[in-house]
Design a protein around this ligand. Structure first.
Ligand code: FAD
Length: 516
């Protein structure tokens, strides 16, 4: 369809507008809508599209208050729409206030910046230009005062009021307010450095800085690695008792209650468990692959590559490694055009009785346990397994930079039972796997694509409320991984991230608790 030929798809978190849906999206929406009018043939639009996509990722938490959309004016049937809005050049960005009428032509962002931070600030300015009606999901953005705070808890039933002290020119307070709008039990307000009574009362000397105010009138300073937007938002979203709206509040007893048919296994959240890796192997090899009675052509190649990287890099117990190696050599020696699952299964179960070789039966999830039987588990195991394999390949100086990732791509494309997942993952592979020229970049590639998936899935129904999807690793696992650019934007320190991943997923750090 015409929508698919354009520069954006729904998985970019950008609404794709067409002649048919434009009115239903823009007219009378409870959220403000930012629309990029572009032409898919226009070079500046193509160059701008990665920025617009990053913006969508950057402000995805703001969606209920302000959402992003785009329309391809090069599509003939869309011309009428673009002409109707008076579009003459591309790209053009327009802001449609919440509850816009059918005849609204939007507020044009003239000469808009071609970077995320500037665009984000323009959006905040535009949000603030709302007169009545204000978008209902958008919290107040104006600075608060001592008077408002004094009565705050009388009219708001939240556990925390976060106050961001800042200069009038700073956008951080408003950005964090919007970052938290989908979270319950917390409200965020900005306080200007000129609000002298409050500044004196809390003894504030640094701008920006963030303080937590409690219903009893107590307050504490929020400890962060760097005084910047992402660090405040990370920390506030993860405060005890703060949960995503519409999600049941996680109850610790949930985890102990035996409704996952097995007793909960206590574990350390900052560690990787061999039990999860072996469980992923069992499920993948004995359950998922069994859906394919015969492997041939592409599926046979995918199977061979997968088993080959497992045999080379799986940092398992000797019996498991022996088993993987014996299956691998059996498969590599196999010259026929087909392999049946039944024959593979005999090898996996070691019917030929290779000495000291076995793959334990069954699953025992530990770090991948979910608070409900339908959360986490196997997909968590798959991610963990491949992170470990990329790290093993790097530290054993494997020869092919893309070897593990190609095997993963082949596995996911041909066998991974979650088909929409496979499609998204294959798109990322096509888009950028070619850029992977070293084993270290392979480790970082998988980390950053996994974070893309986390970003897309944050708040989705599949998210376990006890294990929220975050940009990983969070500062408490690796503070040096996080930094800010001169502009104040969050940045990853890739060298530190690489060092962290190499250590976190290394064979030396794997815990062997709960193995049979
Ligand atoms: P997971 O995302 O499974 O992560 C497991 C563990 O890895 C985390 O607990 C954390 O310790 C660590 N981790 C987290 N982020 C990173 C990172 N960036 N780098 C390294 N380690 C990290 N679900 C969908 O609903 N839609 C999809 O399109 C989709 N696509 C998927 C594609 C693939 C290839 C896979 C393997 C899974 C996909 N899933 C998808 C499932 C989803 O990504 C999660 O695996 C699932 O929701 C379970 O989440 P989790 O909380 O256990 O964490």
């Amino acid at each position: 369809s015409s929508a698919e030929a354009g520069l954006y798809t729904a998985s970019d978190q950008i609404q794709v507008l067409t002649l048919e849906n434009v009115d239903s999206v823009l007219v009378n929406s409870t959220a403000a809508i930012v629309v990029e009018f572009y032409a898919s043939w226009c070079g500046h639009c193509i160059a701008f599209s990665p920025v617009y996509k990053s913006l969508a990722r950057d402000i995805k938490e703001w969606k209920p208050a302000v959402d992003l959309a785009a329309i391809d004016c090069a599509v003939e049937e869309n011309r009428k729409v673009c002409t109707g809005f008076g579009i003459r050049g591309y790209p053009t960005i327009k802001f449609f206030h919440a509850y816009s009428k059918g005849d609204s032509t939007g507020l044009a962002f003239g000469g808009f910046p071609r970077e995320v931070r500037g665009l984000r600030q323009r959006i905040i300015d535009a949000l603030e230009s709302h007169e009545d009606p204000w978008p209902p999901a958008c919290p107040p953005l104006e600075p608060t005062s001592q008077a408002e705070i004094d009565i705050f808890f009388e009219t708001n039933s939240v556990e925390y009021l976060a106050l961001i002290f800042e200069d009038s020119k700073s956008y951080i307070g408003r950005e964090v307010t919007l970052d938290l709008l989908q979270y319950d039990n917390i409200a965020v307000r900005r306080v200007l450095s000129t609000e002298e009574a409050l500044v004196a009362k809390l003894g504030v000397t640094e701008f920006p800085s963030c303080y937590l105010y409690y219903p009893g009138g107590n307050f504490t300073r929020l400890n962060v690695h760097i005084e910047a937007r992402t660090f405040y938002s990370y920390a506030l979203q993860r405060l005890h008792g703060v949960v995503r709206s519409g999600k049941p509040r996680p109850v610790t007893e949930d985890l102990q209650r035996n409704d996952t048919e097995e007793a909960w296994r206590p574990f350390n959240r900052s560690m990787v468990y061999m039990a999860d890796l072996e469980s992923a192997l069992h499920y993948s090899l004995r359950v998922e692959l069994s859906a394919h009675p015969v492997f041939k052509g592409e599926t046979l190649n995918a199977l061979k590559s997968y088993i080959s990287v497992l045999a080379k890099y799986f940092p398992g117990r000797p019996v498991v490694v022996n088993l993987l190696k014996s299956v691998d050599s059996w498969l590599q020696d196999h010259t026929g055009a087909e392999v049946s699952y039944a024959a593979l299964r005999e090898q996996l179960d070691n019917s030929g009785q290779v000495p000291d070789a076995a793959l334990p039966e069954g699953v025992r999830w530990v770090g991948c346990q979910g608070s409900k039987p339908y959360f986490r588990r196997y997909p968590c195991g798959v991610w963990t397994l491949f992170h470990v394999l990329t790290v093993q390949a790097q530290s054993s100086a494997g020869s092919e930079p893309q070897e593990v990732l190609q095997a993963m791509a082949g596995y996911v494309r041909n066998f991974f039972g979650c088909r929409p997942c496979a499609e998204h993952f294959s798109n990322m592979v096509q888009e950028s796997l070619a850029e992977v020229h070293s084993l270290s970049i392979a480790v970082l590639w998988l980390w950053s694509r996994h974070n893309r998936v986390n970003n897309r899935l944050a708040g989705a129904p599949s998210e376990d409320p006890h294990f929220p999807k975050i940009q990983w690793p969070p500062p408490e696992l690796c503070s040096g991984c996080h930094g800010v650019k001169k502009s104040g934007e969050h940045s990853w320190n890739q060298e530190q991230v690489l060092a962290f991943l190499l250590s976190h997923f290394s064979s030396d750090s794997l815990l062997t608790d709960y193995l049979e």
